[in-house]
Design a protein around this ligand. Structure first.
Ligand SMILES: [Zn+2]
Length: 369
């Protein structure tokens, strides 16, 4: 660990300690039942999460971008999302009587949930004045890079025969190299010319404990003049252009046997909403950082940040974006995309976008934005 990194972590920990959920129980307030610690916020009873953590000797983690506070004890996690009236207990959604809120530079949750639901899982609260251990959750250490298509799925094919599957694999390898050089681990969904089903790609990401999922593609259009790069995040509201891109990128799907649809019960749909809501804001932010970096360091026309319903993004349980690096159907862009210097520029820009995002949000406490 470098000195700078140590400094950053200590700084982040101090910020968390000052602003986040990890405050020690107030002096003199540690005795008595947890319910006596309730404060009235807009007519409802709340208890600061930091106090609860103190009573349970639990850990408290804060993710400033997702605005999520976790209470963690003995491998059990209670996740609270500021502004949302749902919590997740070990990943299982539970309704709250009112949303989690910011309170005096910390996060507070409804008192009834704190007293009843948490004690159901963790037992009666201890009486303790010990400090809550601080953990900076928001460190970006590992990223999945997903080169689109492969094997018998060539993706888009240019007029001179350049195949999307080959182009995006080469760019993905270059992104990996650059991220590795900057201390970020990379998991590739494929590192050779092999067919990987879309749902397998998000499964690889979900099982690899990664912080981001970045899928890399090249675009194609009937109009020869269509040009530029686009960065997409997952959404349900889309325009015609996004619909056309969706249709192309999702074409290898067989929806009838997708495990996602099969298991989409009400409960899992709610959980999905939680995961989606939590990751959406981060996905939008990541998309903006990548678009900005590509815009600033290549001559590619910037078509902007957009939303679409990509299956490969839908299954990933972490912030996810899909980058279209240019139009393989445009003769000038196809020519550019054949050259290694151009590929390197695009790859460096994607890596730079990810690293810029990492740098900004690792030093943010999320309360001052
Ligand atoms: Zn593609």
């Amino acid at each position: 660990m470098t000195t700078r990194r140590v400094t950053l972590v200590i700084f982040a920990a101090l910020l968390l300690f000052a602003a986040g959920c990890a405050t020690a129980p107030r002096h003199g307030a540690a005795r008595g039942p947890l319910s006596e610690q309730a404060v009235n916020i807009d007519g409802r009873n709340y208890i600061p999460l930091a106090l609860i953590a103190g009573y349970y000797q639990a850990k408290c983690e804060w993710d400033p971008v997702a605005r999520r506070a976790d209470l963690i004890k003995d491998n059990k996690t209670f996740a609270f999302y500021v502004g949302m009236d749902y919590a997740a207990i070990n990943g299982k959604p539970e309704k709250l009587t009112s949303p989690a809120v910011f309170y005096e530079g910390s996060v507070a949750i409804p008192a009834d949930f704190a007293v009843e639901e948490i004690s159901k899982v963790l037992g009666p609260p201890q009486v303790t004045g010990a400090r809550v251990p601080v953990t900076q959750k928001y460190l970006i250490r590992k990223v999945v890079i997903d080169p689109g298509h492969g094997g018998n799925d060539p993706g888009a094919i240019g007029r001179t025969g350049l195949k999307e599957k080959d182009l995006v694999l080469d760019i993905a390898k270059r992104v990996k190299e650059q991220l590795n050089e900057n201390g970020v681990d990379v998991v590739m969904t494929r590192d050779r010319d092999k067919f990987i089903p879309l749902e397998k790609r998000s499964q690889i990401a979900n099982e690899s404990d990664v912080d981001f999922f970045v899928s890399i593609h090249a675009n194609s259009a009937k109009l020869r003049g269509a040009r530029g790069f686009e960065v997409y995040y997952l959404s349900t509201a889309v325009d015609d252009n996004a619909r056309a891109v969706e249709a192309a990128e999702n074409s290898f799907l067989k929806f009838d046997d997708s495990s996602f649809q099969r298991h989409n019960t009400d409960l899992e749909a709610t959980l999905w909403d939680l995961v989606y809501t939590e990751n959406r804001q981060e996905s939008v932010e990541l998309a903006k950082y990548i678009a900005k970096a590509v815009d600033g360091s290549t001559s590619l026309h910037n078509r902007g940040v957009k939303s679409a319903r990509f299956y490969v993004l839908r299954g990933a349980q972490m912030p996810s974006v899909l980058v279209e690096v240019g139009f393989i159907s445009n003769p000038a862009e196809e020519k550019n995309l054949k050259g290694s210097a151009y590929r390197q520029a695009v790859a460096s820009a994607i890596a730079k976008g990810i690293l810029n995002y990492k740098n900004v949000y690792e030093s943010s406490d999320g309360f001052t934005q």
